[in-house]
Ligand binder design. Structure first.
Ligand SMILES: *Cc1c(COP(=O)(O)O)cnc(C)c1O
Length: 384
């Protein structure tokens, strides 16, 4: 016999509240940007992954508007059932070109891209090898796949090597290139060498790297010269590209295979054509000179913020626009976030289970849309 539903759920919610782990959403009355309006009041926003400031960009918005007028709001069904609208083909061609791969496949979200791709490539009898700090969508894909899951401590290559020794069946390593809650970088070159040595496959998640690294802004694999040695690359349209959706790029064979096997693609309605067209415009933006300038602006902001925090005695290993200030205690992190909020600065506290227990933090993200004054204001309010 179960307890009445609401009694059971309330008891669990009370436990979360007393552990400082209860979650709720703030209601925004504005678009995403360096400034947002919450309950009628303006805040400086250091919370979003809109790194290049494209989530409310006039050119991208216009592309969405035109597609909305022409194609309407809904895609109708899964693309395999009711067909590809033109913006999909265009976006996938552009993504393949941008990432310098043979082909691309767009999913409903980055989450769906990870879950669907992992589940398509490995199953019972196979081995998945994950970094301890891999994103929840990778973990969920791993669980659903039925493969044996092995986890190495964050960036621990020795342990990765020993897990590769003992692996059976198809062997797939999955790592983020820029870790979403710590902002540090995977030792990609060493991982590629290990996967070659052991004949394993490698899937990288460039969710927080796409648009940001490399001369062509393709991701972290580009400046490291490793792109041709990576089997599967996942990215999102939802972060630096400012839209929504996820994608995989790789060989044409890989993409044909995923179209036939990735359940999160096959059994889910396609993204709306307006958002797909917007993402196409955002990819264009990132590929051209405007993307270059915007990216340079972002890195200047990252360095200003990191220097400012270092002066306050806060060092970290971040090599990205994700700059964690680790507090430890869950309630203390919430209190600091609340203090900043009172002063007009919106920075979220990130807690268990998104990060390990006792490693609660402010996850500060800076974007190209911030000005130097914005960053100074943040540092001032943070310090006082
Ligand atoms: C955000 C994120 C995803 C999920 O992407 P969505 O488009 O938000 O579903 C996947 N992987 C990593 C590393 C992420 O940070």
């Amino acid at each position: 016999m179960s307890r009445p539903l609401n009694d059971q759920l309330n008891a669990e919610l009370d436990q979360l509240r007393s552990a400082g782990l209860y979650r709720s959403c703030r209601d925004l009355d504005s678009a995403q940007g360096a400034r947002v309006v919450i309950e009628g009041r303006e805040f400086l926003n250091f919370s979003s992954n809109d790194y290049l400031g494209l989530a409310n960009d006039p050119v991208v918005n216009q592309a969405a508007r035109e597609a909305l007028t022409r194609y309407g709001t809904g895609a109708g069904a899964s693309r395999l059932v009711c067909g590809n609208l033109a913006p999909y083909r265009e976006l996938e061609e552009r993504l393949a070109q941008f990432k310098a791969k043979e082909a691309a496949l767009v999913f409903g979200s980055g989450y769906a891209a990870n879950v669907g791709t992992i589940g398509a490539l490995v199953g019972k009898g196979d081995t998945l090898i994950l970094d301890k700090l891999d994103h929840a969508s990778i973990i969920d894909g791993a669980r659903q796949s039925g493969a044996t899951v092995r986890v190495y401590p964050h960036k621990n290559l020795k342990k990765l090597a020993s897990l590769l020794e003992g692996a059976t069946g198809r062997v797939l390593i999955v790592t983020e290139t820029v870790f979403s809650m710590d902002g540090d970088l995977a030792p990609l070159k060493e991982i590629v060498e290990l996967k070659d040595k052991h004949g394993a496959w490698l899937m990288i998640d460039e969710a927080h790297a796409t648009g940001l690294y490399g001369h062509y802004r393709r991701g972290l694999a580009e400046p490291l010269g490793l792109e041709d040695r990576i089997d599967i690359t996942v990215g999102t349209l939802s972060k630096a590209l400012g839209c929504a959706g996820g994608f995989v790029v790789g060989s044409r064979t890989l993409i044909d295979y995923l179209r036939n096997r990735a359940r999160s693609l096959i059994y889910s309605t396609a993204l709306p054509p307006s958002i797909v067209a917007a993402a196409g415009a955002a990819v264009d933006f990132v590929m051209n000179d405007a993307g270059h300038e915007r990216r340079d602006r972002l890195w200047r902001n990252v360095s200003e913020l990191k220097h400012g925090l270092a002066k306050l005695g806060i060092q970290n290993e971040s090599r990205s626009p994700i700059i964690p200030v680790v507090i430890g205690d869950e309630q203390a992190a919430m209190d600091l976030s609340a203090k900043l909020y009172e002063r007009g600065v919106f920075v979220p506290a990130i807690r268990y289970p998104t990060v390990p227990k006792g490693k609660a933090r402010l996850r500060v993200t800076v974007t190209a849309a911030h000005t130097s004054e914005d960053i100074e204001k943040f540092l001032h309010e943070f310090a006082s």
